[in-house]
Ligand binder design. Structure first.
Ligand SMILES: [Zn+2]
Length: 317
């Protein structure tokens, strides 16, 4: 049996898995992403997480048939480097992440874009099995997108799939990217938190920040949003309604262009809010679909939190 490693590098957590020949997870570990230091510290934390997953699987990392990494930022797969990773601490310039990890782990390392590998995992192993064309929508801190056309990942000139920056309102709200009216400005958890904070400071009542403190979270996580909705918190309901409308508009616009068979909805908020919100997004898409008699099949991601890491392991399959 050949086991392989997969690492999903996120802004808040590092998820590591070890998978077997059939891509079944045989070991896993999760570590927080360092909030200070630099790229080498992040690489050290990634190696530690993978060692823990390998120990759980009963293998040495040097015996793995390779390790795949899904990373944010600008990925050069050939050079094994990551640049412009603005969600990671002090990640200035371009860092040779593949080489650094390869030295720490004693095996070959391949890099991919985090959203692409999560989309690939759903296509190969999850909700998108059998679809020749698919749009992956990852609703989390930002809104990431992965595009599969004709059975192949569409990378454009290198930066395809930025569905979060589809414009859903001209001259609209400021997006974390600095532009206006992007879908992510309404639907990204980061933008939603910023808006909630501003309105709370301006005197609006909400339990969101009370729940955040009570559950000892540094930010408004998907779980905090879900709890606030369950408490019928008015501000949370309004902001999530706005997010659903923005997702419906943006995803429908993307479908009008690409006419994909399947849309897979994942990401922290997508997974946490689950089926009722998948259904609401389908309804919010409907008025914007040009071919509204033949909508795409919108499915929830099946691989959950481990999708990114399992997809990364496919890079070395
Ligand atoms: Zn934007």
């Amino acid at each position: 049996m050949t086991t392989r490693g997969g690492l999903d590098l996120g802004g808040t957590k590092i998820q590591a898995v070890v998978v077997d020949d059939a891509n079944a997870v045989v070991g896993e570990a999760r570590h927080p992403t360092p909030t200070s230091g630099g790229p080498q510290d992040v690489a050290d934390a990634m190696a530690a997480a993978l060692r823990e997953a390998a120990t759980a699987a009963g293998v040495e990392t040097a015996a793995l048939g390779g390790v795949g990494v899904g990373s944010p930022g600008a990925i050069d797969t050939a050079a094994g480097t990551v640049g412009q990773a603005r969600n990671l601490p002090d990640w200035e310039g371009v860092f040779p992440l593949a080489d650094a990890l390869s030295q720490l782990l004693g095996t070959r390392v391949a890099l991919g874009n985090d959203v692409d590998v999560a989309t690939d995992a759903e296509v190969v192993l999850g909700a998108g099995r059998g679809a020749a064309s698919l749009l992956g929508v990852f609703w989390g801190t930002g809104v990431g997108g992965g595009v599969v056309l004709g059975g192949r990942m569409w990378r454009g000139v290198g930066a395809a799939g930025e569905i979060g920056h589809m414009v859903v309102k001209q001259g609209g709200a400021r997006c974390p990217c600095g532009r206006r009216g992007c879908m992510e400005a309404y639907a990204g958890r980061g933008a939603m938190e910023a808006r909630a904070r501003k309105r709370h400071e301006d005197g609006e009542k909400t339990d969101l920040f009370h729940l955040m403190k009570k559950h000892d979270r540094p930010r408004l996580t998907s779980g905090i949003w879900a709890r606030a909705l369950a408490h019928e918190d008015k501000l949370a309901i309004e902001l999530v309604d706005d997010a659903v409308e923005a997702l419906g508009t943006g995803v429908a616009s993307a479908v009008n262009l690409l006419d994909v068979e399947v849309v897979v909805l994942g990401g922290g908020l997508g997974l946490r809010l689950g089926e009722p919100y998948r259904e609401r997004i389908v309804q919010a898409m409907h008025p914007h679909l040009f071919n509204d008699d033949r909508p795409p099949d919108v499915r929830l991601a099946e691989l959950g939190d481990l999708g990114g890491a399992v997809g990364a392991a496919l890079l070395v399959a």
